[in-house]
Design a protein around this ligand. Structure first.
Ligand SMILES: NC(=O)C1=CN([C@@H]2O[C@H](COP(=O)(O)OP(=O)(O)OC[C@H]3O[C@@H](n4cnc5c(N)ncnc54)[C@H](O)[C@@H]3O)[C@@H](O)[C@H]2O)C=CC1
Ligand SMILES: O=C(O)[C@@H]1CCC=N1
Length: 274
């Protein structure tokens, strides 16, 4: 399978890390990006072929992954339009937040073989998760190809309705940043209470990984796992009471809804003009 990436930034690098040498050889992956630095790094790490802009190698690809910022998608679609041979029907995978398949299809002259995905950066270590949805014009073989590509970096969750992808973006697409934010806070608190930076990092990270694994392996709801840590009148109780009175849970829910709303707004902003 020949895969071309348009955009070789953070998320493309994470996907290529999972794909190269597993699903396909690095040499079967082509990356177009104006950044010479990004291209040199990807070539050195994975042996991908590169070009500063979409070219004939993109035309020859079976799958074209659009991994540029949402604001660049329309311009990239215009660059891509003359390079897509409709008789070959390459699969187009978009990972851009917000951009609706119908708008991308229109920018690509009514092209129908489009799968819209929302991966996340833990893909870099094969621990990503991706929400995805296929347009009606995508063949069964292409659905499988898209699934194979994204599953190279973690599980996939197929959606029955494209509107739900904004919720996926808010949960797992942006989610790693919330985890890092929580870790930053835990590490800062550890240092303020006298632990070294290294100790704080080690303790916070192992706690996060251990708790996530426990929740993953347990058949019980996370609320019950939380209660088991929380002795009445004990230390955890003191912390959670402080979090509740500080509105932490409500703030997280509000924040995630803001992420989903921004995804929807991006789609409307960037897709509304014809
Ligand atoms: N970073 C993340 O955690 C996630 C990002 N996404 C989506 O992935 C897309 C890319 O995001 P990042 O990788 O974070 O951004 P990034 O800024 O790291 O990468 C974008 C790349 O596109 C290149 N580019 C710009 N114009 C181009 C053109 N005309 N042709 C070819 N390449 C061009 C840039 O030089 C840059 O290397 C976005 O649409 C974002 O919504 C989706 C899921 C998670
Ligand atoms: O922040 C963003 O817009 C992108 C989409 C999900 C993660 N990063």
């Amino acid at each position: 399978m020949k895969i071309a990436f348009i955009g070789g930034g953070n998320m493309a690098a994470a996907l290529i890390a999972g794909l190269a040498g597993k699903l396909t050889e690095g040499a079967n992956i082509h990356v177009a990006d104006p950044s010479a630095e990004a291209l040199a790094r990807l070539h050195k790490l994975y042996g991908v072929t590169t070009a500063p802009a979409a070219d004939a190698a993109v035309s020859a690809a079976d799958v074209i992954v659009l991994a540029v910022k949402p604001q660049s998608m329309r311009e990239v679609a215009a660059q891509l339009l003359p390079l897509i041979d409709p008789s070959r029907q390459p699969l187009v995978i978009s990972i851009a937040a917000g951009i609706r398949s119908a708008d991308l299809s229109r920018w690509l002259g009514g092209y129908g073989a489009i799968v819209r995905c929302m991966p996340n950066t833990p893909a870099l270590i094969g621990m990503g998760i991706t929400g995805m949805v296929a347009m009606a014009g995508v063949s069964e073989a292409q659905v499988k190809a898209a699934d194979d590509i994204l599953r190279a970096v973690g599980p996939t969750v197929w959606l029955d309705d494209e509107n739900k992808i904004d919720a996926v973006t808010a949960v797992s697409g942006s989610g790693p940043a919330y985890v890092f934010y929580f870790l930053e806070a835990m590490q800062q608190a550890a240092e303020e209470m006298g632990l070294s930076a290294e100790q704080g990092k080690q303790l916070a990270l192992a706690t996060f990984t251990g708790a996530a694994q426990l929740a993953q392996q347990s058949s019980e709801p996370v609320s019950l796992l939380r209660e088991r840590v929380t002795s009445k009148g004990g230390t955890t109780y003191a912390a959670l009471t402080s979090m509740e009175s500080g509105g932490v849970k409500a703030a997280i829910i509000t924040a995630m809804k803001a992420a989903a709303a921004r995804g929807k707004e991006l789609g409307e902003e960037l897709g509304s003009a014809s």
